[in-house]
Write a protein that binds this ligand. Sequence first.
Ligand code: KIV
Ligand code: ZN
Length: 442
Amino acid sequence: KYTRQYFLPPEPCFDWVHRDHLDHPPIWCSVDLRDGNQALIVPMNLEEKLAYFQLLVEIGFKEIEVGFPAASDTEFEFVRTLIERDLVPDDVTIQVLTQSRDHIIERTFEAIRGAKRAIVHLYNSTSVAQREQVFRADKGEIVNIAVTGAEQIRDLARTTPGNFFFQYSPESFTGTELDFALEICNAVLDVWQPAPDRKVIINLPATVELSMPHVYASQIEYMGKHLTHRDAVILSVHPHNDRGTGVAAAELAMLAGAERLEGTLFGNGERTGNVDIVTLALNLYSHGIDPGLDFSNLPAIQARVEALTKMQVSRRHPYAGELVFTAFSGSHQDAIAKGMKWREEKSPEHWTVPYLPIDPKDIGREYEGDIIRINSQSGKGGIGYVLEQSHGFDLPPKMREQLGYAVKRVSDREQKELSADEIAEIFMREFVNLGQPLDLVE
Ligand code: KIV
Ligand code: ZN
């Protein structure tokens, strides 16, 4: 039933496999307000979009796709509000999406009239499946759609007040033959005639993630090598996450030459979502590379995103999830406790605490006393560490062991996690014996 629906480059590539990490961040473009928003059960209203835009600016995004202004009155009004109320900082470029249809392009230019900096993002679908099943058009007709739209955009940009830049996406790129993707992108570039001081963005979306990440990356590498006007093109990627490998695909694509990346906060977006920019940025950060985005108070960002989108970030989500800086297993707890202590004593330059990929403090997460959660699986080391951190009792090894057994017994019987105060109560009961039977303890 299933067969390969994507296309490998005809020539060997993968020069980039010899690099083990990225050494600089891409140009980030948030598509939360367009791709993310269109995938919400109830899309954001004007006020919500304004609040979300403000959040993206605070995080440090310099390119923000703000919507598809011809698609609805709210989208149109939002773009007008940003421009008329002068809400876009001088160093931020807004981006608007348009299909290649006369009235839609005209309406798009009405929306961005007077913008200080706006990218007009033209797309049309190019894959074999879309050509055959949806458009019932041959390759020439599909190229014609792109070229006609590009020409209209070029002409309107000349006559409309504002400062406009251009972007083209062969939508469903991952299901498109590479020679055809090249042909259509090059045809659009010929219309727009980019220059090194007026670059054009060619954005290659994994509209549906169809392949393993290295295949997408090799497609990006191939396109980067063969596009015309290369020194005047910004090569951009737009991964979705259908196979659950959007982050890997994005990272390999950047190693393979992508210079710009479109994604969303926490990976909101159609189906399984767009690629998650928070994870990508913090992955860079964990390699010592400044991502240029400020996630130093990630819980506050998460709370605002959740309130505005009404979507919940998973408890296991990289970096952000409620449980990701928590250790339940005894041996993990013990190692973390020792790692923290070692860190206090030696003040090493780099972060090496076992089981914690980054210092939770760097992204505004709490770890003192909270990082280690105590239940029946916990170990004596973690239990002793929590008691020491919360109540200042540094127990000798024998006492730790006895307390460990007592705490695990209670947690097992009650089938619940225990707080630091409950551990202290058990400690008092075991060693101080005040004569008061505690609810938790037999
Ligand atoms: O996923 C996609 O292909 C898109 C395009 C409009 C860029 O969102
Ligand atoms: Zn998309």
